[in-house]
Ligand binder design. Structure first.
Ligand code: GMT
Length: 376
């Protein structure tokens, strides 16, 4: 199939999922066209089936807001015609589903019929999308999609709860390429650079937004390191980072916390990680937790949104109520206190991650594409 993928090209989960999906589809012989404003961070173009088309938005002083949706829908129309693309798969409703709908209508006016699959990722529904300023447009573009998928059961329920949706939503969970993610025992692991032999390594990876409850991470770690020698690796960039650094100063733990910034080498960091922290306010899926589990890292998370669909309580880690820092710190200590327990949790985490292997999930998307093209 010839497929256009529209996504955010940044480090966020939706962009990562869209990129990994496109890469795997191209491996399987599909012709994939990424259409976005910057080359996606995880996109390696060394495959003849992979193409990237940049959306340019010229600055014009009259416009207070530069019209990205307009440029994106025009680009979609042009690329569909030029490359005979058969289907658009848009990741994240805002504004991608909206621009996709416009492209569909423009193409229809020329007698070209192309289906649109919209994948909902989370914040496009639970945070931004349901804002009254966007809600009508988001509802409209979801209902106008030919197929709608969501990355968890929880997100599907949230979508029905917050919007008047007339379409069936299919749940296709996020995935991981397990062979690529799993720890290569022979590869160098730089643990000794990061911590002493007797210290446990705890990691958090995110975009450091409010929803990730970054201060909770620091406070949970503060409690852990009072009982067990440990280091904290904070990976990512975002608005909450500076406050987190200040909080570490205040608590006197700066020497035990490393802030990495964004990284394309999270596998290297996860390779020496003993425990992953994800105390989010809400999380439609928690791809970062799955990536950790695929590297045999157990997860301490909250029990909100789709997290219970990924992290299995008492097996691959533990789940607690949002903001229950004592419970999260106690559970963390339970896991990392001794090597034997840690090793059981590590194995369990990997075994849960295996269920989300891309080889199990990709055929679900292929089936959705085939159905959408057939019904067009
Ligand atoms: O919150 C993030 O990490 C970024 C955000 C995004 O839109 O890229 O992530 C959302 O989509 C991911 C991929 O489907 C999910 O794994 C995240 O759980 C989801 N974030 C939230 O729901 C807060």
């Amino acid at each position: 199939m010839k497929i256009a993928i529209v996504c955010y090209p940044t480090f966020g989960g939706s962009g990562v999922v869209a990129t990994e999906l496109g890469l795997e589809l191209a491996q399987r012989g599909h012709e994939i066209h990424f259409i976005t404003y910057k080359q996606p961070v995880r996109l390696a173009l060394l495959n003849p089936n992979l193409h990237y088309h940049e959306v340019n938005v010229p600055e014009y002083p009259l416009f207070h807001y530069q019209p990205y949706e307009l440029a994106l829908s025009s680009k979609l129309v042009d690329m569909v015609k030029l490359h005979k693309i058969e289907l658009m798969h848009v990741h994240y409703a805002i504004p991608h589903a909206y621009a996709g709908y416009m492209a569909k209508q423009m193409l229809k006016a020329e007698g070209i019929y192309i289906p649109m699959v919209t994948t909902l990722h989370g914040t496009d529904i639970t945070l931004v999308g349901k804002h009254p300023f966007y809600k009508s447009a988001v509802t409209f573009s979801i209902n106008q999609s030919d197929v709608v998928t969501s990355v968890s059961k929880s997100l599907k329920e949230d979508t029905y709860k917050h919007f008047t949706i007339t379409k069936e939503i299919e749940v296709i969970p996020n995935f991981i390429e397990i062979d690529k993610a799993k720890i290569d025992e022979g590869a160098p692991c730089y643990r000794s650079l990061m911590a002493k032999d007797n210290e446990r390594i705890i990691t958090h990876i995110s975009n450091f937004r409010k929803v990730k409850r970054i201060p909770d991470i620091i406070k949970i770690f503060y409690k852990i390191q009072q009982q067990i020698p440990a280091k904290l690796m904070m990976v990512g960039e975002g608005p909450e980072k500076e406050n987190a650094e200040l909080l570490c100063e205040e608590l006197g733990i700066s020497s035990k916390v490393i802030f990495f910034g964004n990284s394309n080498e999270i596998d290297k960091i996860l390779c020496f990680t003993d425990l992953f922290l994800l105390p989010s306010e809400t999380e439609s899926f928690g791809l970062a937790a799955l990536e950790a589990m695929a590297c045999s890292v157990p997860v301490i998370s909250t029990n909100t949104g789709g997290l219970p669909e990924v992290n299995k309580d008492g097996f691959s880690g533990y789940l607690s109520d949002v903001g229950d820092l004592d419970s999260m710190a106690e559970n963390a200590i339970k896991i990392i206190r001794d090597d034997a327990t840690l090793s059981v949790f590590k194995k369990n985490a990997f075994s849960v991650a295996e269920q989300f292997d891309i080889v199990n999930i990709l055929p679900l998307y292929e089936a959705v594409y085939e159905k959408a093209i057939k019904n067009q």
